[in-house]
Design a protein around this ligand. Structure first.
Ligand code: AQP
Length: 340
């Protein structure tokens, strides 16, 4: 099951450069803006996605769409399927991630991890006090970034805390290595950093691993599925379309989805929807989502049938990443005095 999910993830990530063409044709409609203005030529970007299910429109609007636009900017990019949290492949194709993670784990105090809110949340959900892997996952995340000496990470607001941790750990490691080996990591964020909410419970975010497929729109969903999921999404008793995330989270979530897929602002969306009730507005939102996702899905199905090509893309990516990872880990190992 896990491998099947991973396969879908790999194929979707492969589609990203193809979708770039759609972006080029209609940049204004679905383009993404940088918040930072100057881009250093030697920028190294690292980002990843967990293969815990079929990616959904939250992953798309919050990460994948932005990754596509970053490919047009200067610098090196490493996009990874961060599988070691879910025990499959291919980050695990490069064992240096775990080697560096272990080295960093030896210098990070346990109490430093215990104050991370996301860690606390995850531990609460875990039975039996949680697994050691869950406990140390922020260290592995930092190792992912530092292994490539990444300088820039695209993140949502909730991940900034992990960038701070990574910078702290980089400093501790640099002191151990007696040289500024790891560069400072900067966050880059998009103008579309909204959290897309669960369609059935807008008090929580949309998630790949949530209990029911009805809570999310997966990137492989058919037009009909997209429409049915949006039609059944939770709103409220007021029929007017207004953006008020605090008091009207359901309809506001639909507005945010609409904005993400149309590049309109909430004000523009609400002005256009004047006179529509929520039932009618849901059709408008579904059409906006389908317009973008339908060509992406078609391309996905074409690529899905070309297994050989997909495997070669993964292999080439892993080979290029390995070259950097092995060289950097060897330096760390030498500086730590671990080689004979
Ligand atoms: N609902 C969301 N809205 C906006 N962005 C989101 N992201 C995830 N959910 C939303 C962004 O997608 C990127 C990849 O996420 P991930 O798979 O590495 O981890 P996640 O945040 O834990 O995503 P899920 O879908 O909720 O997975 P599970 O269910 O496995 O925990 C990240 O940049 C994330 O911010």
């Amino acid at each position: 099951m896990q491998l099947k999910r991973l396969g879908i993830m790999q194929r979707l990530l492969r589609k990203v450069p193809v979708y770039l063409k759609c972006l080029n044709k209609n940049k204004q409609k679905i383009g993404v803006r940088f918040i930072s203005s100057s881009i250093p030529e030697d920028r190294v970007i690292f980002s990843g996605i967990q293969p815990t299910g079929v990616p959904h429109i939250g992953n798309y609007l919050g990460a994948i769409k932005y990754w596509v636009s970053l490919q047009q900017e200067p610098g090196k990019i490493f996009y990874s399927i961060v599988d070691l949290h879910s025990i499959t492949i291919p980050r695990s194709d490069i064992p240096e991630h775990t080697l560096l993670s272990w080295a960093i784990g030896c210098v990070v105090p346990v109490n430093r991890l215990k104050i991370l809110p996301q860690w606390q949340e995850r531990m609460k959900q875990s039975k039996d006090g949680g697994h050691i892997g869950t406990f140390t996952y922020p260290v592995l995340q930092s190792a992912d970034i530092l292994l490539y000496k990444a300088t820039h990470i695209p993140v949502g607001e909730d991940q900034l805390i992990h960038i701070n941790l990574t910078n702290e750990l980089a400093q501790v490691m640099n002191r151990r290595l007696l040289k500024p080996f790891f560069p400072r990591v900067h966050s880059i964020s998009t103008s579309t950093s909204t959290r897309i909410r669960n369609l059935r419970d807008p008090s929580v975010k949309m998630s790949k691993s949530a209990y029911s497929e009805q809570t999310r729109i997966e990137l492989t969903d058919s037009d009909d599925h997209i429409w049915r999921k949006i039609r059944r999404s939770v709103t409220d008793c007021t029929s007017e379309i207004a953006y008020d995330p605090e008091n009207r989270p359901g309809v506001s979530n639909l507005i945010e989805i609409h904005c993400g897929f149309s590049n309109l602002t909430p004000d523009e969306v609400c002005a256009d929807a004047k006179g529509l009730d929520t039932g009618q507005y849901k059709r408008v939102v579904a059409d906006a989502v389908i317009t973008v996702l339908a060509p992406l899905r078609q391309r996905f199905h074409r690529l899905r049938n070309d297994e050989g090509h997909l495997k070669s893309v993964l292999k080439n990516g892993a080979d290029r990443a390995r070259e950097v990872a092995v060289a950097n880990w060897e330096c760390v190992r030498r500086l730590l005095g671990l080689c004979a």
